[in-house]
Design a protein around this ligand. Sequence first.
Ligand code: CP
Length: 362
Amino acid sequence: MKHLIDPTDLTKEELEEIIDLALDIIDNRGKYSEICKGKKLATLFYEPSTRTRLSFTAAMMELGGNVLGFSDAKNSSVSKGETCADTTKVINCFADIIAMRHFEEGAATVSAMNSGIPVINAGDGSHSHPTQTLTDLLTIKREIGRFDNITIGFCGDLKFGRTVHSLIKALSRYKGIKVVLIAPEQLRLPDYMKQEVCEMNGVPFVEVDTMEEVIGDLDVLYMTRVQKERFLDEDEYDRVKDFFILDKEKLKNARPDMRILHPLPRVNEISTDVDADPRAAYFRQVENGKFVRMALICKLLEWADDPSKNTVLVPKDAVKGKFICRNKRCISNMETGVESIFRPAHDKSGEWRCIYCESKPK
Ligand code: CP
C-alpha cells in the first residue's frame, strides 16, 4: 500500500510522475473528468483549512469522484474520545482514499498503520505537509522551469513551518540547491532538518537575520506566516510576529525573474501591494494545488493494489517501547494505544528519532 505521509515516501521518479501527470491534467482537463467515477475520498480535517481541504474536494469532483468527511472534528465522534486509529478503521468501510489533517504530529502515520486504503497526510502539526510540497514543486516547475540549480530563501517561521520542512526535504534530492534561511533566533530551522536533510544530502545552507541582505541572490523567496497556533507562550509569539514583512520597497532589490511563493494563509508578512507584481506567484500556486492533488489521487488509487508500491511505516531497525518522545505534540504522547517507536537517525550519528514526528527521545 502506498501512502503519502512525508515527501520522501515518494521516490524522485514517482514525484516527477505526479508532477508530469498534473501538467497533462492542466492541458487535457476533459480526459480526466470521469477517471475516479465511483470512487470516494474522505477528507478528515481535525484542524482548520481552506486551501488544502477545498482543493482536495475540487480535485476529486473534477475527477468525477465523490467526497465525504468532516471539517471540524468536534462534530465527529472524535469529541467522544474516538482515537485516530479507530476513526481510520471506520472510514475504511466507507471510502477508497483518505486525506487527513491533524494537530497531532504523526497522526497520518498512525492512520496509515491502521488503514487498508491509501492515506494522504494533509498536514500533521508542525511536522510535515507533503501535498503542499507537491503544490510548491509544480509551481516551481511552471514558474522557473526546473528543480536543479535553484537558490531558495525560506523566510519567517522555519521552526514550526511544516511546509518549509517538507519542501527542503524534497528539493534536497536535486543538484545545485542552495538554501537561505531567514528567521529570528527563536524560529530557526530544527537541528534534525539541518543535520539529517541539508548536511547529509550536501545541500549548502546559510542562516541570515534579514531578507534585504539576500533577496538579490534568490530564484525563489518562500515566505511563511508566523503561526500563532503553534506557540505555547503568547508573549513569545508577540516578540517575533512582525519580524519579516515583504513589501514593494524590499522587492526593488530582487531579480526580475525571482518568484515569491507562500503556502498561505498570510497575515501581514506580504504586504498586499506586492500582489500585483508578476513575481508574486502565491495565488497561481493555490490553483496548482488542485491540479497536483488530482494527479496524486489518480496515482495513489492506481498504486493501491500494486505490491511493488509500498510505504515503509516502521523501518526494520526500529525499536519499540524503549524510549519516550520528547515532543509534547507527538501523537505517541497524546493518544492512548500508540506504541512508542524509534528509528536510528539517518545521519548515522547514533541518535534515535521518533517514527511519528522525528523528534529525539526524552
Ligand atoms: N497552505 C495550506 O495548507 O492552507 P490551508 O491551511 O488553508 O489548507
